[in-house]
Design a protein around this ligand. Structure first.
Ligand code: ZN
Length: 468
C-alpha cells in the first residue's frame, strides 16, 4: 500500500495530477510546463463539428483551461507559447480493440506491451481498451505503471484474459461452466481488470454469468463471438461486439446453439448479406434497441484481403517478423479465391448501415491475425479505412475519439476538446478534417497536458518490436 500513498501525496504536493516521470519517460517528453498556449491552430474538437481556424488553446495543470479565437484568447503571462500556424489539434485517439501481444509464431503470441504502449502513444492514442489478453497480469500492470509515470503509453482500460470455452490455444483458459466464468470475472476484477472479452467458444450460460458478474461490478464486457450469435448476446446484455459484423453467425442456416460453426461459415453468410434486406435490418434494430456498440477493426481484415496496400509501420519489427508478414502478404495477394475480396467491402457497407441506423460505432485495430497491424500506425490507418467506408473525415475522427470515450464512460474528461477537459490532444502537421491521411503527420502527442515526441518514442523501439 505504501508506494501508492506516497505517490498520491507527491501528486497533491505538486498541485497537479501529473505523475513523477521516470528518466526513461522523461526522455520522450518535449513539452512540459505549468501553462502552455497553442496559438493560431486549427481545432478539430472530436464531436464531428466543423474545424475552427486560428484558435488558441491554453493548457494549465494538465487540463484545457481555455479554447477560442486567437484574436480573443489572451496568452497568459509566463505561458510556454507554441505557434501552430498551419497545423491542427484533435483529441487523442480513444480506441477500443487494442492488444499488448502480437502473433510471433504458430499459435504463439509474444508479449510486446512495452514497445506497443510507446507505439500507440506515438500514433496519437491517449486512451485505449485492450480487447482481450493472452498474458495474464501484463495489461493491468502496464496500466498501473503508465499511471504512475514509470512507463510511457496511453491510459489503459485493461482487459482480463479471454473468457472462452475449450479450444486449441495455448495461452487461453478453457471455461468449464457458468460458475467458472463468474469466478474468472470476479478474480480478474479484484486484480484490477476493468474490462472483459468473451470469445468464440463461450456458451450462452457462461456469457450470461460473465455479463452479470461484470455488470455487478460496474464493468463492461465485449465479445468476439461465434458460438453465440449477436442477437443472443444482445439479449444476454453484452455491451459491445467486436469486428463489426465480421464475426456474426446469426445468418448461418444450420447454426446449433452454443456451437461455433467456424469463422469462415459465418463470414460466407456475411459476404452474401444484403445491407438493405429485412434479416440484416432486424439484427441492426436488435443491437440498436439493446444499445450494443460495434467496434470496427478494418485494419486487421485489410491484411487478409488481396490487393490492399502494404500496411504502414513494418520497419519497427525485428527482421524475422517483418519477413514473416511480407511472405504472408505475398500469399494473400495471390489468393484469387479469397472471401475477403467481397467480405471487406461488404463489412464496410454493413458497419456504415448500422451507424446510419443510429448504432454506436467504435474503432479499434486488433494487432493480431497474421501480423502486419502495427500499433499507432494502425490507429491512423483505421481512420483512413472509416473514410473509405463512407464516413466523412470529421465523422471518422469522432468515431475514433469521442465515441470511444463515451463508451468507456469517460467523455466528461476525454474524447473531445473543450475547456475543463483533460488536455489529451494530438498536434498534426496538416488538416485531417480535409485529408484524413494527414493523421499520419503527428507532430506532438499531449497526454494530461504533457507533450510527447512521437519520433523519439518510435526510435526507442525501432527494429526491436518482437522482442519486448
Ligand atoms: Zn483482437
Amino acid at each position: 500500500m505504501l508506494p501508492r500513498v506516497v505517490l498520491v501525496i507527491a501528486a497533491l504536493a505538486a498541485g497537479a495530477q501529473a505523475p513523477q516521470f521516470s528518466p526513461t519517460v522523461r526522455g520522450f517528453i518535449k513539452v512540459d510546463a505549468p501553462v502552455i498556449a497553442l496559438t493560431h491552430v486549427r481545432v478539430i474538437d472530436g464531436t464531428g463539428a466543423p474545424a475552427k481556424a486560428d484558435q488558441t488553446l491554453v493548457i494549465r495543470g494538465g487540463n484545457i483551461a481555455e479554447i477560442g479565437d486567437a484574436a480573443r484568447v489572451r496568452v497568459p503571462d509566463g505561458a510556454t507559447a507554441i505557434d501552430l500556424t498551419g497545423k491542427s489539434v484533435m483529441p487523442g485517439l480513444v480506441m477500443v480493440h487494442e492488444h499488448t501481444y502480437y502473433p510471433t509464431g504458430p499459435g504463439v503470441y509474444g508479449q510486446l506491451g512495452l514497445s506497443f504502449a510507446r507505439l500507440y502513444l506515438a500514433g496519437g492514442v491517449t486512451t485505449m481498451r485492450t480487447g482481450g489478453n493472452t498474458n495474464g497480469v501484463m495489461d493491468i500492470s502496464l496500466k498501473q505503471q503508465i499511471e504512475a509515470g514509470t512507463q510511457a503509453g496511453p491510459a489503459i482500460d485493461a482487459t482480463a484474459p479471454y473468457l472462452n470455452g475449450p479450444q486449441g490455444m495455448l495461452q487461453m483458459h478453457a471455461l468449464t461452466d457458468a460458475e467458472d466464468a463468474r469466478r474468472q470475472v470476479a478474480y480478474w476484477a479484484d486484480l484490477g481488470a476493468t474490462s472483459f472479452k468473451a470469445y468464440m467458444q463461450i456458451t450462452r450460460d457462461e456469457l450470461k454469468a460473465s455479463v452479470e458478474e461484470a455488470h455487478k461490478r460496474g464493468l463492461k464486457i465485449t465479445g468476439h463471438l461465434c458460438s453465440v450469435t449477436y442477437a443472443e448476446a444482445a439479449d444476454l446484455g453484452i455491451d459491445n461486439l467486436e469486428h463489426g459484423f465480421m464475426a456474426s453467425t446469426d445468418f448461418v442456416p444450420d447454426k446449433k446453439p452454443d456451437v461455433c460453426p467456424g469463422q469462415g461459415a459465418g463470414q460466407r453468410t456475411i459476404a452474401a448479406l444484403d445491407e438493405n434486406g429485412a434479416p440484416f435490418k432486424a439484427l441492426v434494430k436488435t443491437l440498436v434497441d439493446h444499445k450494443v456498440a460495434l467496434t470496427s477493426t478494418m485494419t486487421v481484415f485489410e491484411t487478409f484481403t488481396p490487393g490492399r496496400p502494404m500496411p504502414p509501420g513494418l520497419d519497427v519489427l525485428v527482421a524475422p517478423l517483418k519477413e514473416q508478414f511480407e511472405s504472408a502478404y505475398r500469399r494473400t495477394s495471390q489468393n484469387a479465391q479469397s472471401v475477403y475480396t467481397t467480405l471487406l467491402p461488404k463489412g464496410m457497407a454493413l458497419e456504415r448501415a448500422f451507424a446510419r441506423a443510429g448504432g454506436t460505432l467504435l474503432a479499434g485495430t486488433d494487432p493480431t491475425g497474421g501480423g502486419g497491424v502495427i500499433p499507432g500506425y494502425s490507429n491512423q490507418r483505421q481512420l483512413e479505412l472509416l473514410v473509405e467506408e463512407g464516413f466523412t473525415p470529421l465523422e471518422a475522427i469522432r468515431i475514433g475519439t469521442f465515441n470511444g470515450a463515451a463508451y468507456l464512460g469517460r467523455d466528461a474528461r476525454i474524447g473531445s476538446l473543450a475547456a475543463g477537459k483533460q488536455a489529451d490532444l494530438v498536434v498534426i502537421a496538416g488538416d485531417p478534417s480535409a485529408a484524413i491521411a494527414d493523421v499520419r503527420k503527428v507532430d506532438t502527442v499531449f497526454k494530461q497536458g504533457v507533450g510527447y515526441d512521437p519520433a523519439k518514442l518510435i526510435a526507442s523501439v525501432s527494429g526491436k518490436v518482437g522482442l519486448w
